[in-house]
Design a protein around this ligand. Sequence first.
Ligand code: SF4
Length: 491
Amino acid sequence: MDTNRVRWLFGDQLGPHFLDSPDQAVLMIESRAVFGRRMFHRQKAHLILSAMRHRAAELGDQCRYLQADSYTEALARIDEPLEVMQPTSWGAVHFVDRLAREREVERLPARGYATSREQFATWAETRGRRRLLMEDYYRDARTRLDVLMDGAEPVTGRWNYDQDNRKPAPKGSAGVGVPEPPWPVEDEIDAEVREDLDRWQAEGLRMVGQDGPRRFAATRLEALTALEAFILERLPTFGPYEDAVLSTDRWMAHSMLSAPLNLGLLDPLEMVRAAEDAFREGHAPIASVEGYVRQVIGWREYMWHLYWYLGEDYRHRNELAATADIPDWFWALDPDGTRANCLSHTLRFLREDGWVHHIPRLMILGNYALQQGWDPAQLTAWFHQSFVDGYDWVMVPNVVGMSQHADGGVLATKPYAAGGNYINTMTDYCGGCAFDPKVRLGERACPYTAGYWRFLHRHRERFAGNPRMSRLLRNLDRLPDLDQLLSEDPT
Ligand code: SF4
């Protein structure tokens, strides 16, 4: 082994598990080109820069922190051989591969995920497996990693508590009875980041959204504090209300840990072990703990592996031939761009924080885009830029596969399309809206309800052979006013 080697850490490889020894030589590069290549939410740009600069300050002399216009320019200043852990996008992997043809670079496997690429491939290619179902993957991961297991069986005998975790929004209430997460205290590094971003924007860098106060952990210590507070104060309530949405409480009992987790500040296994301990010590009910474990080593890792396993062209899939452009107000996260109360509120929260939880993402934002027939590639870029925890690997499968059904059903057996009734049940938005979720025609027609039927009609032939869609298509056929519905303005 070359002892001169320098480990180049990307901005999402910031935790101690990305080092092999406490005094390892580290390189970090803050490339301005990264922030010009695509639009960023200002809160996200702040978080990434703050996290990188905090990590560099922690590492002190052992880290060379270069600020440059591009990675290439910074790397020209480094003579030592490099080692690089697999980055988190196809684009970055190709960059490292090109680099390795020009200079000495040792490429190492990815870290920060509980399941390796080889383990996923073994699971995916098991003889007789016809579909890559998340539930099957999740059970395999639980068994292999021995999480919430008693021997070969799931603890309590049940794998899945989804049915217990779908309580509707407690309408009229200001929250779900948990304290707010422990907010980070900004320091001089955050002040510097804010100044730099102000200057970059004055120089022409385009960003979207608001910056501050910083809402998400940027250091390992902040991330551990947030994890501990979640386990103690919020996890017991997380499960039942994980799918509910309240206009009065944008955080509810969610962990807010996806951003620091995707920055590499936390390891997924330490998170699920902490949740499991809470269950085994009698502090949190199984439904909440199982729901949380499912998100961390189930959904998240399933997305990560599918991103690689389904190949680089997967991002271009557009099986529903959705080609409409996303309107400017949506790109700008402008809550005044729509009179739909649910969508307007969601855009306002997103503009302020760069974050809403998975149900507004899937059932308010994604569902609307699906009904409007917006181009899934544009929508992937929109999600990537708008969310503090958005990275290519997570947004491509989430948007193309799960949210927009653009892969024709590889990830999800049916599209996540729903009318206003679902939103009325799971949120408290409809009471204050100009529209009525039960109405599909005229002035008071809910855009989600009308949009849902138009969507089904548009894709009637495609879904005709899908047994999970047949009841919905029969309901469509029974609509007495379908012709009128189709003739009204769909916006
Ligand atoms: Fe959203 Fe329709 Fe409810 Fe208004 S009525 S909040 S548009 S679901």
